[in-house]
Design a protein around this ligand. Structure first.
Ligand code: HEC
Ligand code: HEC
Length: 499
């Protein structure tokens, strides 16, 4: 079948004046990078951000229909499948799609899976993602992924960018020293208080990385996904479009290419992916019940809960949870840029081998916003007329963004009980990145596959490198255990209803 181009939709877009109301009639959902660039090139930074954020919000919630490319030609006439179908190998069917799929498509919208306790939140086990990473068609080699919430992820990318820069500087300084002295230079890799093991720089420019820990050998930190597989929000979002929705971005298939055999090409433009990226990266920060009560946004906490939370903080530290779940890190620079100003967190070439700059996606025309002052959600007008920007990240006394993530952004061996049947993208079956605990009080069930229905069960499933910590927890008094759970339940998501 010849792919249908998005002609009708594109014509409607260009004939609609930019930013004219109403912005998004049903057929006017898609945008272009050129529309964004018109604004950034004119120095209209705020307008560019607002335009992309609004468009991304619409795209996130939209139920994509077949005519827009929603779903894929799975085979046997199906458009969606909850179960990977490596067995369907006829032309255009599941196993022949490009890029190759390991899952889905299994939903019509992003919001289907990220909706608990409200939009942009986490998912239930019924929204788990079932993947066949090795395309075997053998159900004993399938893996399960639970949808996490998306709050605060812009800050995760920025932390990763800063840590990567620091770690690579440490490596490069060691290499320079090795060359200068003609001898091997062993160094410890440490960034933001997290140790990533050691490496040895050699005079001939080689680096021995066998003793690095919890990070890839290129020292590029990838904070996203349960196994820490993806570095940038953009890279994740466009893969989600393809894998979950069957909405293939032109930057992954190439122009005019119908990679999922559904008769539609160019399903999401470069601008659409920019919009989704901005919308995701500008999600508000998670909060705490203590904070919400102090602000009068929820009922006052009972004296017992207040005491438990304070005691739980001590138990969290004394049982060593905080070794991996580091309560907070600070950002030197809290300005998010799409595309990133850091070459390691933007595409030199798109997956389709096309040039992003030639397609309008250039760091010189980036959309930028500050995570500590510009986040659109949870802006609350109070009765006294003052405005509370609860969505923004808080700052320390030096103006640096505080990211209360409860993670070290590092992968750990979690032991045989949590290990899966297969490795995923080269990451060992027992390795998972320390899941951020911000918002954890709002997002049951827990762990990478949703096997833990309560926080207590989630703790009990820890093994491997976390075994000592969990044994300490098991040995704690009942009061201490309850206090620790109250401390975790204090970490919640909050979102003010949109009009
Ligand atoms: C079928 C359910 C489902 C749909 C639909 C879905 N997601 Fe997800 N999402 C998941 C699961 C499961 C994960 C965890 C994947 C992993 O870690 O391996 C995830 C992870 C994410 C993450 C990474 C969060 C983190 O901290 O690692 C982002 C961002 C995200 N999704 C955005 C989207 C966007 C944007 C869309 C729509 C284009 C979308 N999702 C559609 C289930 C879904
Ligand atoms: C060695 C590092 C490490 C230590 C120590 C550790 N954790 Fe974890 N934690 C992880 C990893 C990795 C995951 C994700 C595991 C998975 O995906 O299956 C996780 C997941 C969790 C989750 C589930 C989060 C979610 O959203 O599903 C909770 C709750 C949790 N940890 C609490 C704790 C508590 C409480 C302690 C101390 C008693 C602790 N952890 C100690 C590494 C650690």
């Amino acid at each position: 079948m010849q792919p249908v181009k998005r002609v009708a939709i594109a014509l409607l877009c260009t004939s609609t004046p930019l930013l004219a109301a109403p912005l998004f009639a049903a057929e006017d959902l898609f945008i272009t990078q050129a529309e964004i660039n018109q604004l950034t090139a004119a120095g209209k930074t705020q307008e560019a951000f607002d335009f992309a954020f609004e468009a991304g919000d619409e795209l996130f919630e939209h139920n994509f229909i077949a005519a827009q490319g929603g779903g894929a030609n799975v085979g046997n006439g199906q458009r969606f499948t909850l179960v990977p179908r490596a067995d369907l190998t006829t032309e255009g069917a599941w196993a022949t799609h490009f890029p190759a799929r390991s899952t889905g498509p299994n939903a019509q919208s992003c919001a289907t899976c990220h909706n608990l306790p409200f939009g942009d939140g986490a998912g239930d086990v019924s929204q788990n993602n079932i993947r066949d990473p090795e395309m075997t068609g053998d159900i004993s080699k399938f893996i399960n992924r639970q949808p996490p919430h998306i709050f605060g992820i812009g800050a995760l990318q920025l932390l990763a960018e800063e840590m990567t820069t620091e770690l690579q500087q440490q490596r490069d300084a060691a290499l320079a020293k090795a060359q200068e002295t003609g001898a091997d230079v062993p160094i410890s890799l440490v960034s933001k208080g997290v140790s990533f093991g050691t490496l040895i720089a050699q005079p001939d420019g080689f680096v021995i990385t066998s003793a690095i820990d919890g990070i890839d050998s290129d020292l590029v930190l990838k904070p996203l996904e349960w196994k820490g597989l993806t570095g940038s929000v953009r890279a994740f979002v466009r893969d989600a479009g393809h894998n979950e929705l069957g909405m293939q971005a032109v930057e992954i298939t190439g122009p005019g290419q119908d990679g999922d055999g559904d008769g539609v090409a160019d399903e999401l433009s470069v601008g659409d992916i920019t919009a989704l990226t901005i919308y995701q990266a500008a999600q508000p920060r998670p909060v705490t019940r203590v904070e919400l009560a102090r602000l009068g946004l929820i009922e006052a906490l009972s004296a017992r809960e207040t005491t438990q939370i304070a005691r739980g903080a001590q138990v969290f530290a004394s049982t060593g949870c905080n070794v991996c779940h580091i309560p907070q890190m600070t950002l030197e620079n809290s300005v998010y840029s799409e595309p990133s100003q850091n070459a390691l967190y933007r595409d030199a070439l798109f997956p389709a081998k096309t040039d992003p700059v030639a397609l309008g996606l250039s760091p010189a025309l980036a959309i930028t916003f500050d995570l500590t002052s510009d986040l659109p959600d949870n802006v609350i007008e109070r009765q006294d007329g003052s405005v509370l920007r609860l969505g923004d990240f808080q700052t320390d006394d030096q103006g640096r963004g505080i990211v209360a993530l409860f993670s070290d952004l590092k992968r750990h061996d979690m032991g045989p009980a949590l290990a899966e049947a297969v490795a995923e993208k080269g990451i060992a079956a027992n390795q998972f990145i320390t899941q951020e605990l911000w918002g954890v009080g709002s997002t049951p069930p827990y762990m990478h596959d949703g096997r833990a229905t309560t926080l207590g069960e989630a703790i009990a499933w820890h093994g491997g490198e976390a075994a000592a910590s969990v044994n300490d927890f098991r040995a704690a008094s009942v009061e201490d255990k309850l206090a620790l759970i109250a401390y975790l339940e204090n970490l919640v998501l909050y979102k003010v209803e949109e009009d």
